[in-house]
Design a binder for this molecule. Structure first.
Ligand code: NAD
Ligand code: UDP
Length: 338
Protein backbone atom coordinates (compact mmCIF):
# COMPACT_ATOMS: atom_id res chain seq x y z
CA UNK A 1 0.00 0.00 0.00
CA UNK A 2 1.35 3.41 -1.02
CA UNK A 3 0.48 6.09 1.50
CA UNK A 4 1.09 9.83 1.27
CA UNK A 5 2.18 10.97 4.73
CA UNK A 6 1.84 14.74 5.15
CA UNK A 7 3.98 15.97 8.05
CA UNK A 8 5.88 12.69 7.84
CA UNK A 9 9.14 14.28 9.02
CA UNK A 10 7.55 15.36 12.31
CA UNK A 11 7.41 13.56 15.64
CA UNK A 12 4.42 11.27 15.15
CA UNK A 13 4.73 11.08 11.36
CA UNK A 14 8.35 9.86 11.41
CA UNK A 15 7.58 7.06 13.89
CA UNK A 16 4.55 6.09 11.82
CA UNK A 17 6.70 5.90 8.67
CA UNK A 18 9.09 3.49 10.42
CA UNK A 19 6.23 1.25 11.55
CA UNK A 20 4.67 1.38 8.06
CA UNK A 21 7.89 0.35 6.33
CA UNK A 22 8.33 -2.50 8.81
CA UNK A 23 4.78 -3.63 8.01
CA UNK A 24 5.54 -3.66 4.25
CA UNK A 25 3.75 -0.41 3.39
CA UNK A 26 5.31 2.40 1.29
CA UNK A 27 5.18 5.89 2.81
CA UNK A 28 5.68 8.90 0.55
CA UNK A 29 6.56 11.84 2.77
CA UNK A 30 5.45 15.41 2.15
CA UNK A 31 6.65 18.07 4.60
CA UNK A 32 7.65 21.74 4.47
CA UNK A 33 10.21 21.22 7.29
CA UNK A 34 8.63 24.06 9.27
CA UNK A 35 8.94 22.05 12.48
CA UNK A 36 11.30 19.22 11.51
CA UNK A 37 14.72 18.53 10.10
CA UNK A 38 15.86 16.74 6.98
CA UNK A 39 18.14 14.45 9.00
CA UNK A 40 14.98 12.57 10.09
CA UNK A 41 15.08 10.90 6.68
CA UNK A 42 18.48 9.30 7.32
CA UNK A 43 17.27 8.07 10.73
CA UNK A 44 14.31 6.38 9.04
CA UNK A 45 16.77 4.76 6.65
CA UNK A 46 19.09 3.68 9.48
CA UNK A 47 16.16 2.00 11.24
CA UNK A 48 14.48 0.36 8.28
CA UNK A 49 17.06 0.15 5.47
CA UNK A 50 14.64 2.11 3.29
CA UNK A 51 14.87 5.77 2.33
CA UNK A 52 11.30 6.82 1.63
CA UNK A 53 10.41 9.24 -1.16
CA UNK A 54 10.43 12.76 0.26
CA UNK A 55 8.78 15.87 -1.22
CA UNK A 56 9.65 19.18 0.42
CA UNK A 57 6.70 21.53 0.09
CA UNK A 58 3.49 22.84 1.57
CA UNK A 59 0.04 21.24 1.73
CA UNK A 60 -1.45 24.63 0.82
CA UNK A 61 0.32 24.57 -2.55
CA UNK A 62 -2.17 22.90 -4.88
CA UNK A 63 0.18 22.76 -7.89
CA UNK A 64 2.77 21.01 -5.74
CA UNK A 65 0.19 18.54 -4.40
CA UNK A 66 -1.03 17.74 -7.92
CA UNK A 67 2.56 16.94 -8.91
CA UNK A 68 3.01 14.61 -5.92
CA UNK A 69 -0.23 12.77 -6.71
CA UNK A 70 0.63 12.60 -10.43
CA UNK A 71 4.07 11.10 -9.76
CA UNK A 72 2.88 8.44 -7.34
CA UNK A 73 0.07 5.92 -7.38
CA UNK A 74 -1.25 6.79 -3.93
CA UNK A 75 -3.80 4.55 -2.21
CA UNK A 76 -4.41 6.57 0.96
CA UNK A 77 -3.31 9.69 2.82
CA UNK A 78 -2.35 10.09 6.47
CA UNK A 79 -2.53 13.78 7.27
CA UNK A 80 -0.25 14.84 10.15
CA UNK A 81 0.89 18.22 8.74
CA UNK A 82 -0.20 21.14 10.85
CA UNK A 83 0.68 23.54 13.63
CA UNK A 84 0.15 22.28 17.16
CA UNK A 85 1.13 24.74 19.90
CA UNK A 86 -1.88 25.90 21.91
CA UNK A 87 -0.27 29.09 23.27
CA UNK A 88 1.08 30.12 19.88
CA UNK A 89 -2.34 29.56 18.33
CA UNK A 90 -3.78 32.26 20.61
CA UNK A 91 -1.13 34.71 19.36
CA UNK A 92 -1.33 33.64 15.71
CA UNK A 93 -4.88 32.44 14.95
CA UNK A 94 -4.63 33.33 11.26
CA UNK A 95 -1.61 31.08 10.77
CA UNK A 96 -3.35 28.25 12.60
CA UNK A 97 -6.59 28.43 10.63
CA UNK A 98 -4.70 28.88 7.38
CA UNK A 99 -2.34 25.97 7.95
CA UNK A 100 -4.67 23.53 9.68
CA UNK A 101 -8.09 24.26 8.14
CA UNK A 102 -7.30 25.76 4.74
CA UNK A 103 -4.36 23.34 4.31
CA UNK A 104 -6.62 20.34 4.89
CA UNK A 105 -9.19 21.62 2.38
CA UNK A 106 -6.53 22.07 -0.32
CA UNK A 107 -5.27 18.56 0.42
CA UNK A 108 -8.75 17.02 0.11
CA UNK A 109 -9.39 18.91 -3.15
CA UNK A 110 -6.16 17.49 -4.56
CA UNK A 111 -7.06 14.00 -3.34
CA UNK A 112 -10.42 14.20 -5.07
CA UNK A 113 -8.87 15.46 -8.30
CA UNK A 114 -6.42 12.54 -8.16
CA UNK A 115 -9.15 9.99 -7.35
CA UNK A 116 -7.76 9.16 -3.88
CA UNK A 117 -10.62 8.51 -1.46
CA UNK A 118 -9.01 7.31 1.77
CA UNK A 119 -7.88 9.76 4.46
CA UNK A 120 -6.72 9.46 8.06
CA UNK A 121 -6.66 12.72 9.99
CA UNK A 122 -4.65 13.57 13.13
CA UNK A 123 -7.17 14.95 15.56
CA UNK A 124 -6.80 15.43 19.28
CA UNK A 125 -8.47 14.80 22.62
CA UNK A 126 -8.56 18.59 22.86
CA UNK A 127 -11.80 18.44 20.84
CA UNK A 128 -13.54 17.12 23.99
CA UNK A 129 -12.86 20.44 25.77
CA UNK A 130 -13.31 20.02 29.52
CA UNK A 131 -15.14 16.67 29.63
CA UNK A 132 -17.99 16.20 32.11
CA UNK A 133 -16.54 12.83 33.13
CA UNK A 134 -13.70 10.41 32.43
CA UNK A 135 -12.95 8.08 30.70
CA UNK A 136 -13.88 9.88 27.49
CA UNK A 137 -15.85 8.07 24.80
CA UNK A 138 -16.05 9.08 21.14
CA UNK A 139 -19.68 10.19 21.44
CA UNK A 140 -18.97 12.76 24.15
CA UNK A 141 -19.81 16.37 23.20
CA UNK A 142 -17.05 18.36 21.50
CA UNK A 143 -15.94 21.93 22.13
CA UNK A 144 -12.81 24.06 21.93
CA UNK A 145 -11.19 26.67 24.14
CA UNK A 146 -8.39 27.98 21.89
CA UNK A 147 -7.66 28.45 18.16
CA UNK A 148 -5.61 25.23 17.92
CA UNK A 149 -8.44 23.14 19.35
CA UNK A 150 -10.98 25.02 17.25
CA UNK A 151 -8.94 24.34 14.11
CA UNK A 152 -9.01 20.59 14.87
CA UNK A 153 -12.75 20.74 15.53
CA UNK A 154 -13.36 22.76 12.34
CA UNK A 155 -11.41 20.21 10.30
CA UNK A 156 -13.40 17.36 11.89
CA UNK A 157 -16.62 19.17 10.94
CA UNK A 158 -15.44 19.94 7.38
CA UNK A 159 -14.38 16.32 6.88
CA UNK A 160 -17.71 15.08 8.23
CA UNK A 161 -19.57 17.23 5.66
CA UNK A 162 -17.18 16.17 2.90
CA UNK A 163 -17.65 12.47 3.68
CA UNK A 164 -21.42 13.02 3.72
CA UNK A 165 -21.30 14.68 0.29
CA UNK A 166 -18.95 12.02 -1.15
CA UNK A 167 -20.12 8.85 0.61
CA UNK A 168 -17.63 6.68 -1.29
CA UNK A 169 -14.81 8.28 0.71
CA UNK A 170 -13.26 6.64 3.78
CA UNK A 171 -12.38 9.30 6.35
CA UNK A 172 -10.99 8.37 9.76
CA UNK A 173 -10.59 10.91 12.57
CA UNK A 174 -8.05 9.71 15.13
CA UNK A 175 -8.24 11.60 18.41
CA UNK A 176 -4.84 11.31 20.07
CA UNK A 177 -4.43 11.62 23.80
CA UNK A 178 -0.90 12.60 24.97
CA UNK A 179 1.80 11.14 22.69
CA UNK A 180 5.17 10.69 24.41
CA UNK A 181 8.21 8.44 24.12
CA UNK A 182 10.60 7.65 21.32
CA UNK A 183 11.74 4.83 19.11
CA UNK A 184 13.36 2.20 21.36
CA UNK A 185 16.63 2.50 19.39
CA UNK A 186 17.20 6.04 20.69
CA UNK A 187 17.65 7.17 17.07
CA UNK A 188 14.32 8.90 16.71
CA UNK A 189 12.26 11.04 19.08
CA UNK A 190 10.57 14.33 19.77
CA UNK A 191 12.67 17.38 18.90
CA UNK A 192 10.70 20.51 19.77
CA UNK A 193 12.17 23.76 18.47
CA UNK A 194 12.56 26.41 21.19
CA UNK A 195 11.08 26.02 24.66
CA UNK A 196 8.95 22.86 24.84
CA UNK A 197 5.25 23.38 25.53
CA UNK A 198 4.59 19.80 26.53
CA UNK A 199 5.42 18.02 29.74
CA UNK A 200 7.61 15.11 28.60
CA UNK A 201 10.06 17.02 26.40
CA UNK A 202 10.38 19.61 29.16
CA UNK A 203 11.11 16.96 31.80
CA UNK A 204 13.69 15.28 29.57
CA UNK A 205 15.44 18.58 28.79
CA UNK A 206 15.68 19.28 32.55
CA UNK A 207 17.07 15.78 33.11
CA UNK A 208 19.72 16.24 30.41
CA UNK A 209 20.74 19.64 31.80
CA UNK A 210 19.36 21.86 29.01
CA UNK A 211 16.91 23.53 31.43
CA UNK A 212 17.16 24.25 35.13
CA UNK A 213 13.79 23.09 36.43
CA UNK A 214 10.28 22.13 35.39
CA UNK A 215 7.37 24.40 36.28
CA UNK A 216 4.49 22.25 37.51
CA UNK A 217 1.34 24.08 36.47
CA UNK A 218 -0.82 23.85 39.61
CA UNK A 219 -1.10 21.36 42.45
CA UNK A 220 -4.63 22.23 43.54
CA UNK A 221 -6.65 20.25 41.01
CA UNK A 222 -9.15 17.68 42.30
CA UNK A 223 -6.86 14.79 41.28
CA UNK A 224 -4.83 12.08 43.01
CA UNK A 225 -2.07 14.51 44.08
CA UNK A 226 -3.43 17.88 42.94
CA UNK A 227 -1.51 17.96 39.62
CA UNK A 228 -3.06 17.48 36.17
CA UNK A 229 -3.76 13.93 35.00
CA UNK A 230 -3.40 12.85 31.36
CA UNK A 231 -3.47 9.70 29.25
CA UNK A 232 0.13 9.38 28.02
CA UNK A 233 0.52 7.04 25.04
CA UNK A 234 3.77 5.75 23.58
CA UNK A 235 4.34 7.24 20.12
CA UNK A 236 4.95 3.75 18.65
CA UNK A 237 1.59 2.55 19.96
CA UNK A 238 0.05 5.64 18.40
CA UNK A 239 1.87 4.92 15.14
CA UNK A 240 0.55 1.36 15.18
CA UNK A 241 -2.95 2.78 15.65
CA UNK A 242 -2.62 4.43 12.22
CA UNK A 243 -1.63 1.14 10.62
CA UNK A 244 -4.62 -0.53 12.25
CA UNK A 245 -6.93 2.23 11.04
CA UNK A 246 -5.59 1.90 7.49
CA UNK A 247 -5.89 -1.87 7.54
CA UNK A 248 -9.35 -2.14 9.06
CA UNK A 249 -11.10 1.05 7.94
CA UNK A 250 -8.98 2.58 5.15
CA UNK A 251 -10.98 0.98 2.38
CA UNK A 252 -14.37 1.02 4.08
CA UNK A 253 -16.46 3.98 2.95
CA UNK A 254 -17.73 6.07 5.83
CA UNK A 255 -16.72 8.41 8.63
CA UNK A 256 -14.81 6.60 11.36
CA UNK A 257 -13.84 8.14 14.69
CA UNK A 258 -11.52 6.63 17.31
CA UNK A 259 -9.79 7.62 20.50
CA UNK A 260 -6.15 6.57 20.56
CA UNK A 261 -5.17 6.41 24.22
CA UNK A 262 -4.29 3.82 26.83
CA UNK A 263 -7.24 4.29 29.18
CA UNK A 264 -4.90 5.14 32.10
CA UNK A 265 -4.21 8.51 33.65
CA UNK A 266 -0.94 9.68 35.25
CA UNK A 267 -0.36 12.90 37.16
CA UNK A 268 2.47 15.36 36.54
CA UNK A 269 4.20 14.27 39.75
CA UNK A 270 3.83 10.59 38.80
CA UNK A 271 5.45 11.35 35.43
CA UNK A 272 8.33 13.20 37.10
CA UNK A 273 8.84 10.25 39.43
CA UNK A 274 8.73 7.67 36.61
CA UNK A 275 11.16 9.72 34.55
CA UNK A 276 13.60 10.22 37.44
CA UNK A 277 13.69 6.45 37.95
CA UNK A 278 14.21 5.71 34.25
CA UNK A 279 16.96 8.29 33.88
CA UNK A 280 18.56 7.83 37.30
CA UNK A 281 18.53 11.64 37.55
CA UNK A 282 16.51 13.85 39.90
CA UNK A 283 14.23 16.15 37.90
CA UNK A 284 14.11 19.55 39.62
CA UNK A 285 10.69 21.18 39.68
CA UNK A 286 8.78 24.08 41.17
CA UNK A 287 5.03 24.32 41.56
CA UNK A 288 3.65 27.46 39.92
CA UNK A 289 0.10 28.62 39.21
CA UNK A 290 -2.22 26.78 36.85
CA UNK A 291 -1.75 27.25 33.11
CA UNK A 292 -4.81 29.04 31.67
CA UNK A 293 -7.08 26.69 29.73
CA UNK A 294 -5.74 23.50 31.35
CA UNK A 295 -8.20 20.90 32.61
CA UNK A 296 -7.84 18.70 35.69
CA UNK A 297 -7.94 15.28 34.11
CA UNK A 298 -8.39 13.59 30.78
CA UNK A 299 -8.12 9.98 29.74
CA UNK A 300 -9.59 7.83 27.01
CA UNK A 301 -11.99 5.01 26.84
CA UNK A 302 -10.10 3.10 24.11
CA UNK A 303 -12.67 0.26 23.82
CA UNK A 304 -13.97 1.25 20.37
CA UNK A 305 -10.49 1.14 18.81
CA UNK A 306 -9.85 -2.21 20.45
CA UNK A 307 -13.06 -3.71 19.14
CA UNK A 308 -13.09 -2.25 15.63
CA UNK A 309 -9.40 -1.65 14.83
CA UNK A 310 -8.11 -4.64 16.83
CA UNK A 311 -5.58 -2.25 18.32
CA UNK A 312 -4.61 -1.40 21.86
CA UNK A 313 -1.65 0.31 23.45
CA UNK A 314 0.82 -2.19 24.89
CA UNK A 315 3.76 -0.05 26.02
CA UNK A 316 3.97 1.03 29.67
CA UNK A 317 4.92 4.28 31.40
CA UNK A 318 8.33 2.72 32.06
CA UNK A 319 8.76 2.12 28.31
CA UNK A 320 7.72 5.71 27.58
CA UNK A 321 10.16 7.25 30.06
CA UNK A 322 13.07 4.87 29.33
CA UNK A 323 12.74 5.36 25.56
CA UNK A 324 12.47 9.15 25.93
CA UNK A 325 15.61 9.16 28.05
CA UNK A 326 17.52 6.97 25.57
CA UNK A 327 16.68 9.45 22.79
CA UNK A 328 17.32 12.59 24.85
CA UNK A 329 20.58 11.44 26.41
CA UNK A 330 22.07 10.25 23.12
CA UNK A 331 20.77 13.31 21.17
CA UNK A 332 20.82 16.11 23.78
CA UNK A 333 20.34 18.76 21.10
CA UNK A 334 17.86 16.78 19.03
CA UNK A 335 18.37 15.94 15.36
CA UNK A 336 21.51 17.28 13.69
CA UNK A 337 21.28 20.04 11.08
CA UNK A 338 22.30 18.87 7.64
P1 NAD B 1 5.19 17.92 14.44
O1 NAD B 1 5.22 19.41 14.44
O2 NAD B 1 6.36 17.20 14.98
O3 NAD B 1 4.92 17.38 12.96
C1 NAD B 1 4.14 18.08 12.04
C2 NAD B 1 4.92 18.15 10.72
O4 NAD B 1 4.10 18.84 9.76
C3 NAD B 1 6.23 18.92 10.85
O5 NAD B 1 7.28 18.13 10.32
C4 NAD B 1 6.01 20.19 10.03
O6 NAD B 1 7.20 20.64 9.42
C5 NAD B 1 4.95 19.73 9.03
N1 NAD B 1 4.08 20.81 8.53
C6 NAD B 1 3.43 21.76 9.25
N2 NAD B 1 2.69 22.54 8.43
C7 NAD B 1 2.89 22.07 7.17
C8 NAD B 1 2.40 22.47 5.90
N3 NAD B 1 1.58 23.49 5.76
N4 NAD B 1 2.79 21.75 4.82
C9 NAD B 1 3.64 20.70 4.94
N5 NAD B 1 4.14 20.28 6.12
C10 NAD B 1 3.76 20.97 7.23
O7 NAD B 1 3.85 17.49 15.20
P2 NAD B 1 3.42 16.06 15.74
O8 NAD B 1 3.50 16.07 17.21
O9 NAD B 1 4.06 14.97 14.97
O10 NAD B 1 1.86 16.11 15.38
C11 NAD B 1 1.35 15.62 14.16
C12 NAD B 1 -0.14 15.90 14.09
O11 NAD B 1 -0.78 15.33 15.23
C13 NAD B 1 -0.49 17.39 14.11
O12 NAD B 1 -1.56 17.61 13.23
C14 NAD B 1 -0.91 17.63 15.54
O13 NAD B 1 -1.84 18.69 15.65
C15 NAD B 1 -1.57 16.30 15.89
N6 NAD B 1 -1.56 16.02 17.33
C16 NAD B 1 -0.38 16.05 18.02
C17 NAD B 1 -0.38 15.84 19.39
C18 NAD B 1 0.91 15.90 20.18
O14 NAD B 1 0.85 16.06 21.41
N7 NAD B 1 2.08 15.76 19.58
C19 NAD B 1 -1.58 15.55 20.05
C20 NAD B 1 -2.76 15.51 19.32
C21 NAD B 1 -2.75 15.75 17.94
N1 UDP C 1 2.54 20.59 32.49
C1 UDP C 1 3.31 21.13 33.50
N2 UDP C 1 4.46 21.80 33.15
C2 UDP C 1 4.87 21.95 31.86
C3 UDP C 1 4.08 21.39 30.81
C4 UDP C 1 2.92 20.72 31.17
O1 UDP C 1 2.98 21.01 34.67
O2 UDP C 1 5.91 22.59 31.62
C5 UDP C 1 1.31 19.84 32.83
C6 UDP C 1 0.04 20.41 32.25
O3 UDP C 1 -0.51 21.38 33.13
C7 UDP C 1 -0.84 19.16 32.10
C8 UDP C 1 0.16 18.05 31.80
O4 UDP C 1 1.43 18.54 32.26
O5 UDP C 1 -1.46 18.86 33.35
C9 UDP C 1 0.28 17.71 30.31
O6 UDP C 1 0.51 18.92 29.59
P1 UDP C 1 0.90 18.92 28.04
O7 UDP C 1 1.10 20.34 27.63
O8 UDP C 1 2.04 17.97 27.82
O9 UDP C 1 -0.36 18.28 27.33
P2 UDP C 1 -1.89 18.78 27.27
O10 UDP C 1 -2.03 20.01 28.08
O11 UDP C 1 -2.13 18.98 25.83
O12 UDP C 1 -2.68 17.65 27.82
Amino acid sequence: MRVLVTGGMGYIGSHTCVQMIEAGMTPIILDNLYNSKKSVLSRIEMLTGVSPAFYEGDIRDRTFLDKVFAENKIDAVIHFAGLKAVGESVEKPLEYYDNNVHGTLVLVEAMRAAGVGSLIFSSSATVYGDPASVPIKEDFPTSATNPYGRSKLMVEECLTDIQHAYPEMSITLLRYFNPVGSHQSGLMGEDPQGIPNNLMPFISQVAVGRREFLSVFGDDYPTVDGTGVRDYIHVLDLADGHLAALTHKGSEAGLHIYNLGTGNGFSVLQMIDAFSKAAGVEVAYQVVSRRPGDIAECWADPAKAKEELHWQATRTIDDMTADTWRWQSSNPDGYPDL
